[in-house]
Design a protein around this ligand. Structure first.
Ligand code: PMP
Ligand code: GLN
Length: 381
């Protein structure tokens, strides 16, 4: 008989948010910002909904957004992009990822990935018929094992998925690591899907370097961005992918059967927002750095051992010093139910292994939510 049991599980973010809701917990689990939405960008969307058009836009995205993305990448990275040939709007980075993977992977192609990995990568790669080759980086330092990375490449490698700044590790890939990776991509004639949704969320003077800007990488990289992160508007699901025309073409073919388009009015508002001055972008990172420090200090007073976060809006923390006996999934469930604070178990980003004593906390929250979470944890432990 046909089975309707799906090989897709339920994402950990949905699971933990439901649990948070059921227990009235402060939700520092799922990564969504609170209190950071720019009112002017939201107002633009409201105007654009009223003014229209409200019909299908071009499947590649509205020209204003494609130009705005190209201008943004010229301003911040010196990239020279043809907006009409090299930029495609998508329904969030999630769709951009799916379109890249479905568009580029043929059954039997190998795909190199770094664990911890964002949860949408593997299910899509498998459904596309790709064969994942996993390389691990681990807390506390998240150092890249170069030998293991080199060994994961083979003549069957079609592409790699790179996430920098990295969720949940907070690791910002260094220039030397990117150079090493670039060498492997050239040697094996492979492509790289670069998930750079946290591109502006880098701290302490670090700089985000797109792999696409390295010598030889312009035609090998597909660079993904998201308004969800740049404007703290995750519910809008406006993202984009940038690539050389011949690399973007198969991705656009997949996109036409995934979503085809993205709401034109939200695209218009994001296009306007991307033109904001440098102060906006720096201000966002500065504010988030403060929130990071506030949460890190709070978690330390509770007794956690807190890992460094160079980028993204996540802190990973070792809960062993608190004396909790179970693993990370048990810990995250336990603190949701008993302390009223929700986090994500870091093991959810690995396929097995023994990273089982770290919880991920999102700090893109109001100061009062951060303080309340810390108070609840402190009272409990
Ligand atoms: N990639 C990473 C690494 C993420 O953390 C997220 C989620 N927030 C996404 C992709 C998905 O982004 P979007 O909400 O734009 O679909
Ligand atoms: N990217 C967000 C996170 O890592 C959540 C995205 C989602 O809920 N699918 O928490």
């Amino acid at each position: 008989a046909n089975s309707i049991l799906s090989s897709f599980g339920t994402t950990i973010f949905e699971t933990m948010s439901r649990l948070a809701q059921a227990h009235g917990a402060v939700n520092l689990g799922q990564g969504f910002p609170e209190g950071l939405e720019p009112a002017d960008v939201v107002a633009r969307a409201a105007e654009a909904v009223t003014a229209g058009p409200n019909q299908y836009p071009s499947m590649m995205g509205i020209p204003d957004l494609r130009r705005a993305v190209a201008d943004h990448d010229r301003r911040f990275y010196g990239l020279d992009l043809d907006p009409m040939a090299e930029v495609m709007a998508t329904s969030g980075a999630t769709e951009a990822l799916a379109a890249c993977l479905f568009g580029l992977i043929e059954p039997g192609d190998e795909v190199v990935l770094i664990e911890p990995l964002y949860d949408s990568y593997l299910p899509i790669i498998r459904r596309a018929g790709g064969i994942p080759r996993l390389v691990r980086v681990e807390p506390p330092h998240w150092n890249l094992p170069r030998d293991a990375l080199a060994a994961a490449f083979s003549p069957k490698t079609k592409l790699m998925v790179l996430n920098t700044p990295m969720n949940p590790a907070g690791k910002v890939w260094g220039h030397d690591e990117l150079e090493f990776l670039a060498g492997l991509l050239e040697r094996y004639d492979a492509y790289c899907v670069c998930d750079e949704v946290y591109e502006h969320l880098v701290y302490d003077g670090r700089r985000h370097v797109p792999l696409m800007t390295l010598p030889g990488m312009r035609g090998r990289c597909l660079k993904i961005g998201s308004a969800g992160k740049i404007f703290s508007l995750t519910g809008w699901k406006v993202g984009w992918v940038i690539a050389a025309p011949e690399v973007l073409a198969p991705v656009a073919k997949a996109h036409q059967y995934l979503t085809f388009t993205t709401p034109p009015n939200l695209q218009a508002a994001v296009a306007w927002g991307l033109g904001k001055d440098d102060a906006y972008y720096h201000g966002l990172a500065a504010m988030l750095a403060e929130r990071r420090d506030r949460l890190a200090a709070g978690l330390r007073t509770v007794g956690f051992e807190v890992m460094d976060t160079g980028g993204s809006y996540f802190i990973t923390a070792d809960f062993r010093p608190l004396g909790f006996a179970g693993d990370d999934a048990e810990f995250c469930r336990h603190i949701t139910e008993r302390a009223g604070v929700t986090a994500i178990p870091v093991s959810a980003f690995y396929q097995g292994g023994d990273v089982d004593r770290f919880a991920r906390f999102c700090f893109a929250k109001t100061e009062s939510a951060i303080d309340e979470a810390v108070t609840r944890l402190a009272n409990y432990f």
